[in-house]
Design a protein around this ligand. Structure first.
Ligand code: F6P
Length: 359
């Protein structure tokens, strides 16, 4: 059996741990030949590969980035000719199956190729944790850990100056990183893309705290926006990943909030610090489990599926169910209730607990 393996989209802590697990499991279970496809789908279109062996993947579990090249915009679903070329190349490479590790874009392409007959298994990758049908994508835990650490650092600095500190996280149109890190990092206000915030409510919480704690910590997802406002784009035209780049929401908020409060407002945009680097132990284990499960789907001939973690266990779902969709925070998300009961304002109303906080 010959199995191709590619990583698509942006980097994410744990990619190499998945590569290692898929390769070693396939080698153990069926002595498969495992071929790494370079540079995402471009490598499939242009025939760029590298062999993956037991030894070559040996030390990868904690290595950041991907050993399979760089990301790019080549999409085999862009035209019928491109799709046919990708399918022809997969057949010319002698691939019996393809394992595609990626986020929504990569998984949507994987589903398109599966619908055209390619034997594909998907693995969910993104720090944003926004893949439909998946409660934990690998990379998310590492991002949350980094943002939590950053919040704590920003917090002690802000406390020393009596400032209002805003930290902007990644996540695009999903607020999972901001919500989990905001709780873990003891933010006083969490602003999410899914819940438009009232600037007056944010200012009211800050002013209330000026009289008591003399300091406020705000954790803000990059896609968050005020009621009636717009998402803040750093680069409105598509980047090399084919999407406009979000960024700068915290700077906008700083400028709008400053006239409404007495303390100095400062903003930090954390950026790629939260996406690069070595995965946490949790992500190393999750990525390894995903890799093993993906290899087992291949060996048992279950194609057109994505491995996933849901209802507390490893599972798989049809790729068609996850393609072109995003999992966002909904009003009944239990973590929203947790945050509010801890006295955190989520920006849609002044914290319900302010009266208790003065006791
Ligand atoms: O999807 C992952 C992600 O890190 C988002 O959170 C972020 O908005 C985006 O990628 C940044 O992408 P790039 O590195 O292409 O600017």
């Amino acid at each position: 059996m010959r199995v191709g393996l590619l990583t698509g989209g942006g980097d994410c802590p744990g990619l190499n741990a998945v590569i290692r697990a898929v390769t070693r499991c396939l080698l153990q279970q069926c002595q498969a030949e495992v071929i790494g496809i370079k540079d995402g789908f471009a490598g499939l279109m242009e025939g760029r590969t590298q062999p993956l062996t037991w030894r070559s993947v040996g030390e990868l579990v904690g290595v950041g980035g991907t050993i399979l090249g760089t990301t790019n915009r080549l999409n085999p679903l862009d035209s019928e000719a491109a799709t046919e070329q990708a399918l022809r190349n997969a057949s010319a490479m002698g691939l019996d199956a393809l394992v595609a590790i990626g986020g929504d874009g990569t998984l949507t392409i994987a589903n398109g190729l599966a619908e055209r007959g390619l034997a594909v298994v998907g693995v969910p990758k993104t720090i944003d944790n926004d893949i439909e049908g998946c409660e934990r994508s690998f990379g998310f835990d590492t991002a949350v850990a980094t943002v939590t650490d950053a919040l704590q650092r920003v917090s002690t600095s802000g406390q020393s100056h009596g400032r209002i500190m805003i930290l902007e996280t990644m996540g695009r149109h999903a607020g999972w990183i901001a919500l989990e890190a905001g709780i873990a990092g003891s933010a006083n206000i969490i602003l999410l893309p899914e819940i438009d915030f009232h600037l007056d409510a944010v200012a009211a919480v800050c002013r209330e705290r000026e009289g008591q704690e003399h300091f406020t910590l705000i954790c803000m997802g990059e896609g968050a926006k005020p009621v009636g406002g717009h998402i803040t784009y750093d680069t409105p035209s598509p980047t090399d990943r084919g999407k406009p780049r979000l960024g700068g929401a915290a700077l906008q908020l700083r400028d709008r909030l400053q006239p409404l409060v007495n303390s100095e407002v400062r903003a930090t945009v954390l950026g790629h610090v939260q996406r690069g680097g070595s995965p946490t132990p949790f992500d190393r284990v999750l990525a390894s489990q995903y890799g093993v499960h993906a290899a087992e789907l291949v060996t048992s001939g279950q194609f057109g599926r994505m491995v996933t973690f849901r209802h507390g266990k490893l599972d798989s779902v049809p790729l068609a169910r996850v393609a072109a969709q995003n999992r966002r925070i909904t009003a009944d998300e239990p973590l929203l209730r947790t945050a509010r009961l801890l006295g955190v304002s989520v920006g849609d109303a002044p914290s319900a607990c302010l009266p208790c906080q003065s006791r």
